[in-house]
Design a protein around this ligand. Sequence first.
Ligand SMILES: [Zn+2]
Length: 261
Amino acid sequence: MTGQMIARRALLRQMSLAGVGAGLVLASRPVLASESGQWSYQGAAGPRNWSHLSPEFAACAGQRQSPIDLAPAGPAQEGQLSLHWPGFAADIVHNGHTVQVTPRSADGSHYLLLGGARFDFRQAHFHHPSEHALADRRWPLEMHAVHQAADGRLAVVGIMFRPGRVNDTLATILAALPPSGATRPAGRAIDLTHCLPLSAASYRYEGSLTTPPCSEIVSWIVLRDPVEAGIGQIGIFAREFPMNARPLQPDTGRRIGVDLF
Ligand SMILES: [Zn+2]
């Protein structure tokens, strides 16, 4: 075990969700993210060339890519999203591209329901600056909480951070931040509910992984309101990952719903 477990608490938040777009393009072999070191955020192996780096990355030149600017949002259709995020013992992984929080055991207690479909929590990771934007404005940090259905489809909750008070969950993650390529156990349970804003208002659209292989299998739920992180905490991410955000992709006429709940 990784130290004392704090009291587990389940969260059930009801949110409406926007209408789902056209049919999802499923990867033949569901992939959360390429562990390959052959891509980067700059230079010849940077985002403009991802689709040429490997046949497996062809989707990076697709028509339903992420991230996008969320400004053209319209009203959402009715639907429900509920998050079930009790605290968990975690490993903190530095994979060279980001820092990732992975549960040490998959006991089935971490999941979300999206329109009645279940997606199990797999991992959460961070981008500096944020990948999604609103009217070209980016935040200093964006967390992606990745959930996967039995058929491989993904539902990712994006949460923005702005400078403010120190965030307890980030503190636990940063205290265990390992060097690149290494993994360390978190010293305390990770409670992702500490990364939720008060409002459940969210943007919804159908898109992709924002890293190779860029699979177009993601239902995005980007929470509208940022939460606070200490400026020193953001600075640690900025030093470790000066730029790990993919440039904005064309929205290609996709429907972006905003639910103001
Ligand atoms: Zn991400």
